[in-house]
Design a protein around this ligand. Structure first.
Ligand code: SAM
Ligand code: SF4
Length: 366
């Protein structure tokens, strides 16, 4: 009981003020189901109060796994010569986007490995323009295409993309350095995030949780970073191993580690909701890779967005960021209907036909 009332006092601090890092560390380190449940319950109440209990779908189109970068944790990194590379045609990408529009998803996410060459930049611009034309400007388009010049971000914004997701991965410069080769520069990632905001994008960032070398103090700093950046959207997920990456052997017993990462991700989602209130928070696929009902657990801890994978089936298995990525064998409509049933089962509804823009974006812009 003592423990529970102590937890409530700490949660109150996170909700009412700019919390101390120590408070966040204590909450992230909460031991026992009872105390964690208090946190999730408070986060769910905050979600109901600030964004409601509607889940917004973003159809996720993983349109290419070709990447210039070499992040140590990622299965589609440039140096993974065993990865089978693909790129959807423009027509395929547009078709998938229109399928989402016709299925009343409201918005889509175009995601791919990072490329900065002219052909890629032009192709993305054309895909966005075509989708805007064919949906009469009604489809919400989010991009998740890595680090680009401000000029490129501006072109894609002008073409019609209004949201951008770029995870900082970790807000610790030191940890960032350990997870990336020397040519991946932390300050450049920050430059991109601030350029995106400056251009008027609804801006999303996030981190991986349970990375080798990451502590509760790092995660507390990540939450404070989201606050400082004044983020509109958050996409956080547990770190998962991929056997063909340099980090494949970082943990001896990854089966145990991944359960811990799952629990920690729920706490991060809950704390982000209590602290940041009206932002959009995704229940990411990586949660489902650990537990079959992982995304529902994320919704109950404060998330309000889901990203059903609508990439054409023949490509899906090749966008393998980590082992056991789920939903690789299902057709998109099967995937959507199974999701709707799961959402109804926890007493929530799907915001069909709505963009589900982050309310925070409008509040911060006044
Ligand atoms: N290339 C773009 C980028 O890096 O921003 C977008 C695609 S990238 C695959 C999307 C996200 O996947 C990354 O931001 C990273 O957080 C996540 N990711 C990559 N490898 C992962 C892993 N092994 N476990 C969990 N998430 C991973
Ligand atoms: Fe490329 Fe993104 Fe994977 Fe890094 S995380 S290797 S940038 S796809």
């Amino acid at each position: 009981m003592e423990n529970i009332s102590q937890t409530e006092i700490l949660i109150n601090e996170v909700s009412e003020s700019y919390p101390e890092k120590e408070t966040l560390v204590k909450l992230l380190s909460l031991d026992g189901k009872e105390a964690a449940d208090v946190l999730f319950k408070e986060a769910y109440a905050a979600k109901g109060k600030y964004v409601g209990k509607k889940v917004y779908f973003r159809g996720l189109i993983e349109f290419s796994n070709i990447c210039e970068k070499n992040c140590y944790y990622c299965g589609i990194r440039r140096d993974n010569k065993q990865a089978h590379r693909y790129q959807m045609t423009e027509e395929e990408a547009v078709e998938a986007g229109l399928w989402a529009y016709e299925s009343k998803y409201g918005s889509i996410v175009l995601q791919a490995g990072e490329r900065t060459d002219r052909a890629h930049i032009d192709r993305v611009e054309r895909i966005v323009q075509k989708l805007m034309e064919k949906s009469e400007g009604k489809l919400g388009i989010t991009l998740s295409l890595g680090e680009q010049s401000k000029e490129t971000y501006a072109r894609w914004f002008k073409a019609g993309a209004k949201r951008y997701l770029l995870r900082i991965e970790t807000s610790s410069k030191e940890l960032y350095k350990q997870l990336h080769p020397p040519d991946h520069v932390f300050e450049e990632r920050l430059r991109c995030l601030y350029d995106l905001k400056d251009l008027g994008y609804q801006s999303g960032t996030g981190v991986m949780i349970g990375l080798p070398g990451q502590t509760a103090a790092h995660l507390a700093d990540d939450l404070l970073f989201f606050k400082e950046y004044n983020v509109d959207m958050i996409g956080m997920g547990p770190y998962l191993q991929h056997n063909q990456t340099p980090l494949a052997t970082a943990f001896d017993d990854f089966e145990t580690v991944k359960i811990r990462n799952f629990e920690l991700t729920l706490k991060m989602i809950a704390l982000a909701r209590i602290m940041l209130k009206d932002v959009n928070i995704a229940a990411t696929t990586a949660m489902q890779a650990i537990k079959p009902f992982g995304r529902e657990a994320a919704l109950l801890a404060g998330a309000n967005v889901m990203m059903p994978n609508i990439t054409e089936k023949k490509y899906r298995g090749d966008y393998k960021l980590y082992e056991n990525k789920p939903c690789s064998d299902e057709d998109y409509d099967e995937c959507a209907s199974c999701l709707e049933g799961r959402i109804k089962a926890i007493g929530e509804t799907v915001g069909y036909g709505e963009h589900g823009d982050p309310l925070h974006y409008f509040r911060r812009r006044g």
